[in-house]
Design a protein around this ligand. Structure first.
Ligand code: NDP
Ligand code: RET
Length: 321
C-alpha cells in the first residue's frame, strides 16, 4: 500500500513537472503583463526619476534614455547611481544621463537637491516619484516621520512641491507617482500618522501607497487646465530589492518567480504613463499593465485626499495652495 501511495505521489509530481515544462512559456508571457507600445521619442525632454539606481527605477531610466531623454537619476547612493548611469550611457548611446544625490528621508537634503536642480536645469518635463521602502523595522526619518510614510509619501510630496514651478514652466509635462495595489489594504491613520502607538510594517507600507494615490488625485485636481498631468502606477509584483526587509516575501517571490515580473517588465507602466500620446490630457488616474486600473474606495475619497494634503503641508511646514 505504501508503495502504491509513493507511486501515485511520483506520478502527480511528474504530471505537475511536465505541465510546468510545457506551459512555462505561456505563464511567463502572461505574468510579464502589459508592454508600452508607444514609440514616442523624448529628444530634448528632461526626466527626473527618484530611486533610479536599482529595480523598476533603473529600468525606467534606461527605457527613457533609450528614447533620447536627458535623464536625472536621483538616488541616495551616488556611487551606485554613477555605475548605473555609466551602464545606461553605454547601452543606449545617450550621454545625457546624470546622477544627483537625493535622500528622501531628510527634508534638508530634499531642499538642497531641489535648489541645485532649479539652479542647473532649464526644464523638468517628466517627474517620476519612484523611490520606495517597504516593511522596514520601525524607524524615523531625520525629521521624525515614520520611515515609509516619510520617504514614500512626505519626501515625494515635498520634492514635487519644490519642483512644481519648474514643471509648470515645462508644459506639456507629466508627473508619475509609483504606488501599488497594496493601497487597497491601506487606511490613513490620521490619529497616529507616524505609527507611534502601534506599528505594523505591512500596514504602514499600505498607508504610504494609499497616500500616493490620494496625493495623485488631489494634485491632478489642483493642476487642472495647466497642461501638467499627474497619474499613479501599480507596476505589478516585481523582482527587486524592495523585499529586502521581509524574508517571507523574498521566499514567496523566489518560489513563485515565474509569476513575478522582471524590473524591465515592471517599468512598462511607468514608461507608458511617461510617453503615451493618448495620455497627453489624462490626469488623476491610476494605471497598471499599461491600462487604467482599479482604485479602492478609500483612494477615491476627496475629503481624505484634501485632509491628507493639508496635514502633509503642516508636517512639512509648507504652504501649497
Ligand atoms: N517590486 C514590487 O513588487 C512593487 C514595487 N512597487 C513600488 O515600486 C517602486 C520601486 O520599487 P522597486 O524598484 O521594486 O524597489 P527597489 O528596492 O529595488 O528600489 C527602491 C529604490 O528606492 C530607493 N530609496 C529607498 N529609500 C530611499 C530614500 N530614503 N531616499 C532616496 N531613495 C530611496 C532605493 O535606494 P537604495 O538602493 O539606496 O536603497 C532604490 O533606489 C516603489 O515605490 C515600490 O513601492 C509597487 C508595487 C510592487
Ligand atoms: C503568492 C503568489 C503571488 C505573490 C504575490 C506577492 C507576494 C506580491 C507582493 C507584492 C508587493 C510586495 C507589492 C508591493 O507594493 C503571485 C505572484 C501574485 C501569484 C502567484 C502566487
Amino acid at each position: 500500500r505504501g508503495k502504491v501511495t509513493m507511486l501515485t505521489l511520483i506520478a502527480i509530481l511528474g504530471v505537475i513537472g511536465v505541465l510546468w515544462y510545457l506551459l512555462r512559456g505561456y505563464i511567463r508571457r502572461f505574468s510579464a503583463g502589459g508592454v508600452c507600445m508607444s514609440s514616442a521619442r523624448l529628444d530634448g525632454k528632461t526626466v527626473l526619476i527618484t530611486g533610479a539606481n536599482t529595480g523598476i527605477g533603473k529600468e525606467t531610466a534606461r527605457a527613457l534614455a533609450a528614447r533620447g531623454a536627458r535623464v536625472i537619476i536621483a538616488c541616495r547612493d551616488v556611487l551606485k547611481g554613477v555605475a548605473v548611469a555609466t551602464e545606461i550611457r553605454s547601452d543606449t548611446g545617450n550621454q545625457q544621463v546624470v546622477v544627483r544625490r537625493l535622500d528622501l528621508a531628510d527634508t534638508q537634503a530634499i531642499r538642497h537637491f531641489a535648489k541645485d536642480i532649479l539652479k542647473d536645469e532649464k526644464h523638468i518635463h517628466i517627474l517620476i516619484n519612484n523611490a520606495g521602502v517597504m516593511m522596514c523595522p520601525y524607524s524615523k526619518t531625520t525629521d521624525g516621520f515614520e520611515m515609509q510614510f516619510g520617504v514614500n509619501h512626505l519626501g515625494h510630496f515635498l520634492l514635487t512641491h519644490l519642483l512644481i514651478d519648474l514643471i509648470k514652466q515645462s508644459v506639456p509635462s507629466r508627473i508619475i507617482i509609483v504606488s501599488s495595489l497594496a493601497h487597497v489594504v491601506g487606511r490613513i491613520k490620521f490619529d497616529d500618522l507616524q505609527s507611534e502607538r502601534s506599528y505594523d510594517g505591512g500596514l504602514a507600507y499600505c498607508q504610504s501607497k494609499l497616500a500616493n494615490i490620494l496625493f495623485t488625485r488631489e494634485l491632478a485636481k489642483r493642476l487642472q487646465g495647466l497642461r501638467v498631468t499627474v497619474n499613479s502606477v501599480h507596476p505589478g509584483s516585481v523582482k527587486s530589492e524592495l523585499v529586502r526587509h521581509s524574508s517571507m516575501l523574498a521566499i514567496l517571490f523566489w518560489l513563485f518567480s515565474m509569476f513575478i515580473k522582471t524590473p524591465k517588465e515592471g517599468a512598462q507602466t511607468s514608461v507608458y504613463c511617461a510617453v503615451a500620446e493618448e495620455l497627453e490630457f489624462v490626469s488623476g488616474k491610476h494605471f497598471s499593465d499599461c491600462s487604467p486600473a482599479f482604485v479602492a474606495p478609500q483612494g477615491r475619497n476627496e475629503e481624505t485626499a484634501k485632509r491628507l494634503w493639508d496635514v502633509s503641508c503642516e508636517l512639512l511646514g509648507i504652504k501649497w495652495e
